[in-house]
Write a protein that binds this ligand. Structure first.
Ligand SMILES: [Zn+2]
Length: 286
């Protein structure tokens, strides 16, 4: 994530004697006695009538990371104070009409919160330890986690929750940041979720693997629901049929991963079906 002054965001919080404060909590102007959470330089509290109250660097030049560091610090302190964090449901985005819910949205207990500490090739905004597990929290102000960072996080095996603080949000008080970050149920998204990836791999491993063959158009033979038939044999067109089919889990150029005949519409149904399949395979001695 990056936020620059060019994005038009003003510094919402400053540091006073090591405490993060909003303009409402301090004197106007240089008498505020605050410093920038990012660069450590002196701030003045701008408490005029025209604009929302904010801080500015006394030097007249804003630093590059003041706003984002102030918001990361506010988020970290809010999570640490609450000792819990509401995390959204984890869903598997398969082709069925509704995504499969793996776990519900819920509060998780928070044991430790660490700010902007480099871990290899990633500097998470906030790292949270919850019941022996760790995950990262990215606070998105103007930029969301991009594809490259997503891949680095996935490669590290770190679940990462992105919390968006859109610009129209009132993030001018510490309480409003806490409301959005700790208890908010919207604007939170698992950009990487290790459990989701693991379940998806397991589900895919149980899928039928139907090779893609090119006969003019890409198609798969032996479509389990017989989307089309030619000379008595079932097949499907990759684009016209499979890509719209609720039993397609995923596909590569070479093959379609297909849930096949069982009408599996949820994670619970898939788990049930897997048990049945295991029993059948046992009987067959597979
Ligand atoms: Zn600064």
């Amino acid at each position: 994530m990056s936020v620059t002054q060019g994005a038009g965001l003003r510094l919402p919080f400053g540091l006073s004697k090591g405490q993060l404060v909003s303009p409402a909590q301090v004197e106007r102007g240089a008498a505020c006695g605050c410093t920038c959470p990012a660069c450590g330089m002196d701030l003045v509290a701008k408490k005029g009538l025209q604009r929302a109250h904010h801080f500015a660097h006394a030097s007249g030049t804003e630093c590059a990371h003041g706003v984002e560091t102030a918001l990361h610090l506010a988020a970290k302190e809010a999570i640490a104070a609450a000792q819990r964090l509401w995390v959204p449901e984890v869903t598997l985005d398969v082709a069925t009409p509704t995504a499969w819910v793996i776990s519900q949205g819920q509060y998780v207990p928070v044991d430790e919160v660490v700010l902007e500490q480099r871990e290899g090739d990633v500097v998470p905004d906030v790292a949270v330890t919850s019941g022996g597990r760790r995950f990262f929290v990215e606070i998105a102000v103007t930029h969301k986690v991009g594809a490259a960072k997503r891949e680095r996080l996935r490669a590290k095996g770190m679940s990462t929750l992105e919390i968006a603080l859109p610009r129209h949000y009132d993030v001018t008080t510490l309480d409003s940041v806490a409301d959005i970050v700790v208890a908010g149920t919207e604007h939170k998204e698992w950009v990487v979720n290790v459990r989701r990836d693991r379940v998806f791999a397991r589900v895919v491993s149980t899928a039928l693997r139907l090779p893609v063959v090119v006969r003019g158009l890409s198609q798969v033979d032996d479509c389990p629901k017989a989307a089309r038939r030619a000379r008595g044999k079932a097949f499907a067109y990759l684009v016209d049929d499979c890509s719209k089919c609720q039993y397609r889990l995923t596909a590569t150029r070479q093959e379609v991963f297909c849930l096949g005949r069982p009408k599996i519409r949820s994670y619970a149904e898939w788990k049930e079906w897997r048990k049945v399949r295991a029993r059948i395979n046992n009987v067959r001695g597979e």
